[in-house]
Design a protein around this ligand. Structure first.
Ligand SMILES: Nc1ncnc2c1ncn2[C@@H]1O[C@H](COP(=O)(O)OP(=O)(O)O)[C@@H](O)[C@H]1O
Ligand SMILES: N[C@@H](CC(=O)OP(=O)(O)O)C(=O)O
Length: 465
């Protein structure tokens, strides 16, 4: 049994949904299908999820929401009409969508927002099931609540609960093709909660782990995962095979093609993942697996993500002060902040955070506490940072990767704010100013991937010598 997840771009229009259904029908093993909400049809278009968020925000602020509501309903009506669904099916789907959007804002705005957001995938799943039925296939829409996809309760940030897997295993015995809406689950008390943005990938991975699928196929709009974001480099090299660990690092640092939280369920259950293109399903795609053959070029991918800040703390003889690190991190914990990295020196340590969490009020409190409770001598807060990551299993066995990277960055006149080599040795991270991030990624791509095979082979020989 295979689990196939189709992203928003794969379901953006009736024509795309037809392609999705052809792909599903072409392989009997594709029995569990996870769908997102319709995404962008063209570059300037708006994803249905973004329209739904706009709608919910307007309702919560008591502002007019009719226009955005009719845009949302219009998107589905167009699809229903172009798919030629029976009138009663179309009416039923449209009525259910209208009902979902008409919810009176509950006391908890987060819950209301999640219910509205989830309507995007829920309606899409019903549509796809109806369309497959109209094609003479046995297809059934399954609601995450009925299937037992139980999750934690923080709005917009659900996490699967361990007991979900056993319940979801029953999907194996469901006859016909199951069409399952991605992106949301229910708390044990029955409240709907969505995963973080892009979270349909997570649903697919959870289902694949639950039913012990032979493969988790993730269909999107690119032929493969590329070694670098294709919006930065024209026709970058394709990745044929990559490990879970490498992909985890790359998804974390900006490879938005696969949600960073989606790998874990598949990895834990040992399910291989294949990223494929709905618009070119014959292409082999990228396989994500636990082990891969070693190749000469030790770097597998280069990614960058923006929106970080660093809090540099220094104190003479910090290295001799027992408990300094614990007390430092406790301050961040008590302020409700999770940290990303903590590069350190003898007398200093930097804490890297996501900038959006570190509001000016929190910053002031944290700085005061660092001075008073830890007697820190120097505290420098730097915002607008980007983390550029070079990732590759082979880097562990190779000499000279960091020298090549730093010289390439120096040639591109990128100033390095910070260097950090993860202890797993699968990745190397450079902190740079956000304005330099794209230039840094392009310089690193040219260094590690754009050179001829002979030049790379020569370099490998020189480094070994
Ligand atoms: N390294 C990468 N390889 C491939 N695609 C990438 C990479 N980094 C970012 N992307 C972007 O991810 C997009 C696909 O993800 P997404 O928009 O979430 O698709 P979907 O709607 O199918 O979920 C691609 O169109 C591409 O622009
Ligand atoms: N529709 C949701 C969930 C999702 O996974 O979407 P997509 O498959 O288009 O990335 C979002 O936009 O966040």
């Amino acid at each position: 049994m295979k689990v196939a997840k189709f992203g928003g771009t794969s379901l953006a229009s009736a024509a795309q949904i037809k392609k999705v259904c052809e792909i599903v029908k072409s392989d009997e093993a594709r029995k569990l299908v996870v769908v997102s909400a319709p995404g962008k049809r063209y570059k300037e278009d708006t994803k249905v999820t973004d329209l739904l968020i706009r709608y919910a925000e307007a309702r919560l602020q008591g502002q007019p929401a009719e226009e955005v509501q009719s845009r949302i309903i219009g998107r589905y009506q167009d699809i229903i009409r172009e798919l030629g669904l029976p009138v009663e099916a179309a009416e039923e789907i449209a009525a259910q969508l209208k009902e979902a959007l008409h919810y009176i804002p509950a006391e908890d705005p987060g819950r209301f927002m999640d219910r509205v957001k989830a309507a995007g995938e829920d309606t899409c799943a019903k549509l796809v099931a109806r369309y497959l039925q109209s094609q003479g296939r046995e297809a059934v829409y399954v609601n995450p609540k009925d299937a037992g996809l139980v999750v934690t309760g923080e709005p917009g940030n659900a996490h699967v609960l361990p007991e979900a897997y056993e319940k979801l295993r029953n999907l194996k015995s469901q006859s016909g093709i199951v069409i399952f809406p991605g992106f949301f689950g229910f708390t044990p008390e029955g409240e709907l909660v969505t995963f973080s943005r892009g979270g349909s990938d997570i649903t697919g991975s959870i289902l694949a782990a639950a039913v012990q699928a032979e493969l988790y196929e993730n269909f999107t709009d690119v032929d493969s995962v590329y070694v670098v974001n294709p919006s930065l480099v024209e026709k970058p090299k394709e990745i044929q095979i990559i490990t879970y660990r490498e992909m985890r690092e790359l998804s974390y640092s900006g490879f938005s093609v696969f949600h960073e939280e989606a790998l874990y369920p598949a990895y834990q259950a040992g399910i291989p993942v294949c990223i494929k293109n709905t618009n070119n399903p014959q292409a082999p795609g990228t396989m994500i697996v636990s082990e891969r053959p070693f190749h000469e070029n030790r770097v597998s991918g280069i990614a960058a993500d923006k929106g970080f800040c660093s809090i540099y703390v220094s104190k003479y003889l910090l290295n001799k002060e027992i408990g300094f690190g614990r007390r430092l991190l406790q301050i961040f914990e008590e302020e409700g902040l999770s940290y990303e990295h903590t590069p350190s020196g003898i007398d200093n340590i930097s804490v890297i955070l996501r900038e959006k969490d570190f509001t000016p009020q929190i910053e002031q409190r944290v700085v005061n506490r660092l001075k008073q409770e830890l007697q820190a001598e120097d505290i420098i807060v730097e915002r607008g940072l980007s983390l550029v990551m070079i990732v590759g299993e082979g880097m562990r066995r190779s000499v000279g990767t960091s020298a090549r990277a730093t010289s390439a960055l120096a040639r591109a006149k990128v100033n390095l704010e910070m260097i950090n080599q993860g202890s797993s040795e699968v990745s190397m991270m450079f902190g740079v100013k956000e304005v330099d991030a794209d230039r840094a990624v392009i310089a690193l791509y040219e260094e590690f991937f754009a050179q001829s095979e002979e030049a790379l082979a020569d370099m490998a020989v020189t480094l070994k010598a």
